[in-house]
Design a protein around this ligand. Structure first.
Ligand SMILES: C[S@@+](CC[C@H](N)C(=O)[O-])C[C@H]1O[C@@H](n2cnc3c(N)ncnc32)[C@H](O)[C@@H]1O
Length: 522
C-alpha cells in the first residue's frame, strides 16, 4: 500500500489510519484464518474509549501492545496522550504479533504514528516483534519485571487444548481449561511498573467460575481493578451490538503502596453511545466480595442491579453454612448408555427415573415427560450403583440455560414420592441440592426453589456471570439469606399453593424490599 506521508500526517489521525490499514489487510485475508488466530480488530469508538482510560501525567511512557494486529489501540492511545498531555516528551512502543502476513501493515501504522508524533514534538520509537507474546514473556509470571507504564490490549480469545504449550508455560494462571486471553492479561499484569495501567477488552468470562480462579488470584494479587465497562443489551437498538454483550473493557492499575477503595463501573448500549456512558462508582468490596475466596467480580450496571447487590451483600450465609450441599448430577448419559432404558418399562424394582434437563422447569418437576430419543429411566444394577442417588427430596437446578430463556436459573423441587424406587438417576446437565447427612424439609425445598427461580436471584446471578452455565461451584459461593427466611418463603408458597412466577416474585420482593418499578415490569 503506497502512502503519501505528507498527506497522512496532515489529513488522517493515526487511529483512522490504523483502521484503514486494518480494512486493507482484512480484504486480503480469509475469515477462517482470522478466526483461528483470534483476529478481531477493535473498532474506532472502542479504541478511543480504551485510550481515554489511561493516565496522562508522565513525560515518558513505555507502552506494550501484545497482539498488535494493525495497531489501532496503540494509535488511539498515542493520539490521546499527545492531545491531552502537553508534558509528554517521548514514547517507546513494544508490539508483538504472531501473524507474519500482518507485520508489513503493522509497520505502516507504526511509521505513520512515528511521523505524526514527531510533527507534534514527541519522540517515538518502537519495537515490532514478529513472535509469540506468551512464549517470549511467560517467565515474568514467576519473576515480575517493571517494564511498562501502559499496556493496552485486545488479545486473541479462544480456549486452549490441553496439550497447548502455553498451558505449561503459564501454569500459575491455569485451573481448568484456559482461554488464551487470560494469559495475555496475567503476563501483562506481571510486566507493569508501579502506577502502571493495563487496559483491555476481553470476554467477561473471567469474572466468575472455577476455570478462571487461578487467573483471578494471580491478576488481582498484582493489580487493582479501577474501571469496568459493560455493554447493556437492553439499551441498544443495534443488533450488531449483541456481540458486545460477551465482552468487557477493564482498566487495572498496579499500586503496591495503597489499595484504592472505589471502582468505576460504566455501561453503554453499544458503540454509538459509548462516548456518553452511564457511570457509577462502587466500593471495591461490593465489586470483589471480600468474604469470597473466589474473588468473583460483580458488575452491577443499573439501579435494580445495585439494589439487589446491596441486599445480597447483607446476607451472611453460603449453602455450606446452612448445612446444604450442591453437586452435579452423576449420570453422564453417553457413558451410561448400557444402563439407559428407552421403552415404556413399568417394573420399578429394576428401573428408576432418570431426571434430565427438560424435566426441570420453574417450580415444577415434569416427570414423566419423555422427549423422543431421550431415555427417561435407568437400570438399577450393581454396576450402575455409583451413578445413582438415594431417592429423597432435592432441589434440582438446570446447569445450562439458553440465550432465549428469560431466566438463567431454572429450579424445581424433586419430591421422593415421584417414584416407589429407592433410587433416582440425575443427569449431568442438572445440579442437585441436598443435605448430606439428613434431609431437606419441605419448607426448605420450596423456599430454596422459589429463591432460585425469582427475578431477584436471577439478577444477582447475572451481576457476576455473563454466560449461560450455572455451575455448582458458583452456587456454593453465592450468598443466601438465613434458613429461617428460606423456610418462611417456603411456608408462604406452601400455604398459598400458587407456584406461578408472578406470585413467587411477589412473595420474595415483599419479603426483601418494596417493589421498584423495574421489578414490577419484569
Ligand atoms: C483480537 S486481535 C486484536 C488486534 C488489535 N490489537 C486490535 O485491537 O485491533 C488479536 C491479535 O493478536 C495476534 N496474536 C494471536 N496470538 C498471539 C500471540 N501468541 N502473540 C502475539 N500476537 C498474537 C493475532 O494475530 C491478532 O492480530
Amino acid at each position: 500500500m503506497k502512502v503519501n506521508e505528507g498527506e497522512m500526517v496532515m489529513i488522517e489521525s493515526p487511529t483512522e489510519f490504523a483502521d484503514k490499514i486494518g480494512l486493507e489487510y482484512a480484504k486480503g485475508s480469509n475469515q477462517s484464518d482470522k478466526k483461528e488466530r483470534g483476529q478481531f480488530f477493535t473498532p474506532i469508538p472502542i479504541a478511543k474509549f480504551m485510550a481515554n482510560l489511561a493516565k496522562t501525567n508522565n513525560t515518558h511512557y513505555d507502552i506494550l501492545d501484545p497482539g498488535f494486529g494493525t495497531g489501532i489501540l496503540t494509535s488511539a492511545l498515542i493520539e490521546h496522550q499527545i492531545e491531552s498531555n502537553s508534558e509528554l516528551k517521548s514514547v517507546v512502543i513494544t508490539a508483538y504479533e504472531t501473524d507474519e502476513s500482518i507485520i508489513l501493515y503493522a509497520e505502516q501504522t507504526l511509521q505513520n504514528l512515528k511521523l505524526w508524533a514527531i510533527s507534534k514534538g514527541v519522540e517515538l520509537s518502537y519495537k515490532l516483534i514478529s513472535g509469540d507474546f506468551i512464549a517470549s514473556n511467560y517467565q515474568y509470571l514467576s519473576e515480575p519485571a517493571e517494564n511498562y507504564d501502559i499496556i493496552i490490549t485486545n488479545p486473541p480469545y479462544y480456549k486452549l487444548g490441553k496439550d497447548h504449550i502455553s498451558i505449561q508455560q503459564c501454569k500459575e494462571l491455569v485451573s481448568g481449561q484456559p482461554n488464551i486471553y487470560s494469559f495475555f492479561l496475567g503476563i501483562g499484569a506481571a510486566l507493569l511498573r508501579e502506577d502502571g495501567d493495563i487496559i483491555s477488552i476481553t470476554p467477561r468470562s473471567f469474572s466468575s467460575g472455577r476455570y478462571f480462579q487461578a487467573f483471578r488470584d494471580f491478576f488481582f494479587s498484582k493489580v487493582n481493578l479501577m474501571h469496568v465497562h459493560l455493554f447493556d443489551s437492553r439499551r441498544s437498538s443495534f443488533s450488531r451490538d449483541k456481540v458486545l454483550q460477551e465482552v468487557l473493557i477493564l482498566k487495572a492499575t498496579k499500586n503496591s503502596s495503597y489499595i484504592p477503595t472505589n471502582v468505576m463501573i460504566s455501561s453503554s448500549g453499544g458503540m454509538s453511545d459509548l462516548q456518553n456512558p452511564i457511570i457509577k462508582t462502587y466500593d471495591i468490596t461490593m465489586v470483589i466480595d471480600s468474604k469470597s475466596t473466589q474473588k468473583v467480580v460483580h458488575i452491577p450496571i443499573n439501579d435494580n442491579e445495585e439494589q439487589v447487590l446491596n441486599l445480597v451483600l447483607g446476607w451472611d450465609c453460603k449453602l455450606a453454612d446452612l448445612n446444604i450441599n450442591i453437586s452435579t448430577g452423576p449420570v453422564v448419559t453417553f457413558r451410561a448408555t448400557k444402563f439407559l432404558v428407552d421403552h415404556d418399562a413399568k417394573l420399578e424394582a429394576e428401573f428408576c427415573p432418570l431426571i434430565r434437563l427438560h424435566n426441570v422447569t420453574k417450580m415444577e418437576l415434569k416427570y414423566p415427560y419423555k422427549l423422543k430419543g431421550k431415555a427417561d429411566k435407568i437400570l438399577i444394577l450393581k454396576e450402575s450403583m455409583p451413578i445413582l442417588l438415594p431417592n429423597k427430596d432435592y432441589v434440582l437446578l438446570r446447569r445450562f440455560s439458553t440465550k432465549d430463556d428469560k431466566s438463567r436459573l431454572i429450579a424445581a423441587p424433586y419430591l421422593s414420592a415421584v417414584t416407589q424406587s429407592d433410587f433416582v438417576g440425575i443427569d449431568n446437565a442438572v445440579n442437585y441440592i441436598y443435605r448430606k447427612n439428613g434431609t431437606l424439609n419441605y419448607d426448605e425445598i420450596m423456599g430454596l426453589s422459589a429463591l432460585l427461580n425469582c427475578n431477584l436471584f436471577d439478577t444477582y446471578f447475572r451481576i457476576f456471570n455473563g454466560n449461560v452455565n450455572v455451575s455448582a461451584t458458583e452456587l456454593r459461593e453465592m450468598r443466601f439469606p438465613n434458613l429461617e427466611t428460606i423456610k418462611e418463603i417456603g411456608n408462604q408458597i406452601i400455604a398459598e399453593n400458587n407456584l406461578s412466577n408472578d406470585r413467587v416474585n411477589e412473595i420474595i420482593n415483599n419479603m426483601f424490599f418494596k417493589l421498584t418499578p423495574q421489578q414490577k415490569d419484569k
